[in-house]
Write a protein that binds this ligand. Structure first.
Ligand code: ADP
Ligand code: MG
Length: 253
């Protein structure tokens, strides 16, 4: 089946919690190699969307397709095995083991699933891949530090490394720069862009802060009260009056 380079298709997805429509008929398509960002004010439905795509929530209606395959409602592990990796707003690293071991465990889970040996605890290619990732994120000097001793920003970086170590086709990031300093945020977003380009990785970036996504996104969709109110190139979104109003609230009269 041809899908015109579309990796992820969210097709008229709704998700309700009781009477509350957290998502209402949201549709968009993410193409291979794109950084696609979904932004919106607090409560817009961004994390709900993230959870639907990653399998934590079953959509109330609509379809989610990954490489043409319907994945809406599949359990998170099944979705992960197909090549979708994610980071959470809460960190999911192992605090009491080293930075290097954290990433190696993640890389290894992937190696095991892809049918390579289970006994590759010291497989050179895994170690090389881990070292490369740590270098890319400026964590090489901290490789033997316990993860719990990293700064908050470094822990966010480590979390992205863990997701990338599984060699996903699609990387889902939910507010990856939350808690970072402005300097770390600039660096992290540039890195995400660079890694997407270098590895042909597709990224779905969920973000509250509009300024974070502007420089790095190929396309931006805007959620407001569970509905998509705009989608387009970053520049167009930045100047869209409806988007500005959603963020600032209605003008005072
Ligand atoms: P965002 O990430 O854009 O801030 P969320 O997706 O977290 O927004 O939330 C969207 C709406 O859905 C909010 O009104 C929130 O209170 C509600 N919501 C989110 N998750 C649940 C849940 N598990 N149960 C009930 N309501 C929820
Ligand atoms: Mg959220």
């Amino acid at each position: 089946m041809a899908h015109d380079g579309v990796v992820l298709e969210v097709d008229s997805v709704s998700k309700s919690f009781g009477a509350l429509a957290a998502l209402s008929k949201v549709s968009f398509a993410v193409r291979r190699g794109q950084v696609f960002s979904v932004i919106g004010p607090n409560g817009a439905g961004k994390s709900t969307l993230f959870n639907v795509v990653s399998g934590l929530h079953t959509p109330t209606a609509g379809r989610v397709r990954f490489n043409g395959q319907q994945i809406g409602g599949l359990p998170p592990e099944a979705i992960n095995r197909l090549g979708i990796a994610k980071t959470f707003q809460i960190t999911n690293i192992f605090p009491e083991i080293s930075v290097f071991e954290n990433v190696r465990v993640a890389a290894q889970s992937r190696a095991r699933e892809s049918g390579r040996l289970a006994s590759l605890w010291r497989l050179p290619e895994v170690e090389t891949g881990v070292a490369e990732l740590l270098r890319a994120f400026g964590l090489a000097a901290k490789r033997d530090a316990l993860a719990e001793n990293l700064s908050h920003g470094e822990q966010r970086y480590l979390e992205i490394c863990l997701a990338l170590a599984t060699e996903p086709t699609l990387l889902l990031l939910d507010e990856p720069t939350a808690g970072m300093t402005p300097g770390e945020t600039r660096e992290a977003t540039a890195l995400i862009r660079q890694i997407a380009s270098a590895r042909g990785l597709t990224v779905l970036l969920i973000e509250h802060d509009m300024s974070v996504v502007m420089g790095i996104s190929d396309r931006v969709a805007v959620l407001h009260f569970g509905e998509k109110i705009a989608e387009g190139p970053a520049e167009q979104i930045r100047n869209d009056p409806q988007v500005i109003e959603a963020y600032l609230g209605p003008p005072e009269s």
